[in-house]
Design a protein around this ligand. Structure first.
Ligand code: ADP
Ligand code: MG
Length: 436
C-alpha cells in the first residue's frame, strides 16, 4: 500500500466533505469513481475511471478537491490525476521519489535572503564536511520556504564532489511506510541496513514520524548509530523540536544536540530575487514591473510565487503573447483575491497573538493562568470572535475551553479597550492578522 491508514481515513473524510458540498449527480459522476492510489512526498496520486472524466474533473472541480484535501491534511499536496492505464507510470515515479534526489534543487539556484541565510550557511557547511557540532542539523520552518530544496542541495553537492558517497533522502512518511511494509514481510533488516549505510541521512518532514512507535524506535537506533560513526544527519520539520509532542522525549532532545536553524518567509527583495531566479531557470522573459507586482501581492511562500509564474507562463503560451502587466493582473486576480479572502481561523490568530506577546501558541491553548498569559489568551479569543464567523463554542474549542470562558474573555477585552493605548494594541494585532 502506498499510503498509511491515517491518510486513507483523511482521504475518505475529504470526499464525504465534498459529498456534502456538491449535488448528488456531480458527486456520483465525478468524485465517486476516484481512488487514492498513493501519497509520496508532497504528491498525491489520484486514480480516475478514464482520462475524459479526469480532464473534466480537473478543470471543473480541481480546486474543490484541493480545498477539501487542504482542509483535512496538514500539508498541501500537489494533486496528480491518472487513468488506470497509467499505473505503471505512477509506479515509476514512486520508486524515483523514494530514493533519488531532485536534481533541480541545488545551492546554485537557492536564493539567499535574511530569512534563510543561516539555514543556507549551515547546510552548505555540512555539505562540505560532516560536522560533529552540527549533527544533527535541524532545519525548520513553514511550508514552501525551501527546506526540501536545501536538503536536496546538500545531497546534490555531496554527490557532485564524490559520487561514491551514500546519500539518502527520504520523508519520514516514506521511512515509516517502508518500515511497516518491512514488518509485514518480516524483513526490516533491509531498510535498517540501508539507513545505516548512509554517509548523509536526510529525513524530510520529521513531524510525520509521530504516530508510530516502531518508526521512532527504529529512527532512534539509526540516529545513534550514524552519529557515533560520524555520519551526518539532517532533519527538516515544520516546527522546532520542542513543539513536536508526538515525538518521544529522548529523540526530541537528541535533535537539540546539534544545530537548529529556521527558514522564514522571504522579504520583498528576496521575493523579487527568487522570481528572477525562477524566470531564468525556465528561460522565461518577465518584465521588472511584473516581478514587482507579483512580489508585492504574493507573499505567503515561495511555492506560491512559483505558482504565479507558472500560470503566467501557461497563459502567455496559450495566447501566444508576451507576459505584461495586463496579463498579470488578470492571471493573478484569483490569487490576489484568494489572499484577501483567505481564511482567517483560530490557529492563525493564536499564532499571531502569541508572537506579538512573545509567547508560544501552546501557552494560549494550555492550562497556565499567569496574568500575562490570560490576557494574551483573551485578546486572541476576542480577535477570533471579531474576525471569524465562528460561534463562541467553536472558538472555545480551539482554546480547549468552553463558550462561557470565551464570552467572559471578550467582555474583559471590550472593557479594557476603553483604554486608548490598549485599544491601539489590539487593533494593531488585528491588522497583523489581516495582513499576514
Ligand atoms: P518546503 O520543503 O520548505 O515546504 P520547498 O523546498 O519544497 O519548501 O520549496 C518550495 C519551492 O520553492 C521549491 O520549488 C523550491 O525550489 C522553491 N524555493 C524555496 N526556497 C527557495 C530559495 N531560497 N530560492 C529559490 N527557490 C526556492
Ligand atoms: Mg518540503
Amino acid at each position: 500500500m502506498n499510503y498509511t491508514p491515517e491518510q486513507k481515513e483523511k482521504w475518505d473524510k475529504a470526499l464525504s466533505y465534498i459529498q456534502g458540498a456538491v449535488d448528488t449527480f456531480s458527486y456520483t459522476m465525478w468524485f465517486k469513481p476516484l481512488k487514492l492510489y498513493a501519497i509520496s512526498g508532497q504528491t498525491m496520486y489520484i486514480l480516475g475511471a478514464n482520462s475524459f472524466a479526469l480532464q473534466h474533473l480537473k478543470t471543473r472541480y480541481g480546486s474543490t478537491l484541493e480545498q477539501a484535501m487542504d482542509k483535512v491534511f496538514d500539508i498541501q499536496y500537489n494533486l496528480e490525476y491518472y487513468g488506470p492505464e497509467q499505473i505503471s507510470l505512477i509506479e515509476e515515479k514512486l520508486s524515483a521519489a523514494q530514493s533519488t534526489l531532485n536534481r533541480k534543487y541545488t545551492f546554485d539556484n537557492f536564493v539567499v535572503g535574511d530569512g534563510n541565510k543561516f539555514a543556507y550557511v549551515a547546510a552548505a557547511a555540512v555539505a562540505d564536511a560532516p560536522s560533529e557540532a552540527y549533527n544533527p542539523l535541524f532545519i525548520y520552518g513553514g511550508v514552501g520556504l525551501g527546506k526540501t530544496h536545501l536538503l536536496n542541495a546538500v545531497g546534490n553537492y555531496v554527490l557532485s564532489r564524490d559520487p561514491s558517497k551514500n546519500v539518502l533522502l527520504m520523508t519520514s512518511e516514506a521511512m515509516t511506510n517502508q518500515l511497516i511494509e518491512g514488518i509485514s514481510k518480516k524483513n526490516t533488516a533491509e531498510l535498517r541496513a540501508r539507513l545505516r549505510k548512509a554517509d548523509y541521512l536526510m529525513v524530510d518532514d520529521i513531524q510525520f514520524l509521530g504516530k508510530t512507535k516502531v518508526s521512532q524506535e527504529e529512527f532512534f537506533n539509526t540516529f545513534n548509530d550514524l552519529r557515533e560513526n560520524h555520519k551526518q544527519i539532517i532533519i527538516s520539520s515544520d516546527r522546532p523540536p520542542r513543539e513536536l509532542p508526538e515525538i518521544e522525549e529522548r529523540l526530541r532532545s537528541r535533535f537539540e544536540w546539534g544545530l537548529i536553524v529556521d527558514v522564514q518567509k522571504p522579504d520583498y527583495e528576496t521575493r523579487v530575487a527568487i522570481l528572477r531566479q525562477k524566470a531564468m531557470d525556465e528561460g522565461l522573459y518577465v518584465p521588472d514591473d511584473v516581478m514587482e507586482y507579483i512580489a508585492q501581492n504574493v507573499n505567503s511562500n515561495i511555492r506560491a510565487l512559483e505558482g504565479s509564474l507558472a500560470s503566467l507562463q501557461a497563459r502567455s503560451k496559450l495566447m501566444g503573447a508576451p507576459i505584461d502587466m495586463d496579463m498579470t493582473r488578470s492571471a493573478l486576480s484569483s490569487l490576489v483575491t484568494t489572499r484577501e479572502d483567505r481564511k482567517i481561523d483560530c490557529p492563525l490568530i493564536i499564532n499571531i497573538v502569541a508572537d506579538k506577546y512573545g509567547m508560544e501558541p501552546a501557552d494560549l491553548t494550555g492550562k497556565r493562568r499567569s496574568q500575562e498569559i490570560a490576557l494574551a489568551r483573551q485578546v486572541a479569543m476576542y480577535i477570533c470572535r471579531e474576525m471569524t464567523d465562528l460561534s463562541t463554542t467553536a472558538i472555545g474549542k480551539a482554546f480547549g475551553r468552553d463558550h462561557t470562558t470565551v464570552l467572559h474573555g471578550c467582555e474583559k477585552i471590550e472593557s479594557g479597550m476603553e483604554d486608548y493605548g490598549f485599544k491601539k494594541r489590539v487593533e494593531e494585532i488585528m491588522k497583523a492578522v489581516r495582513d499576514d
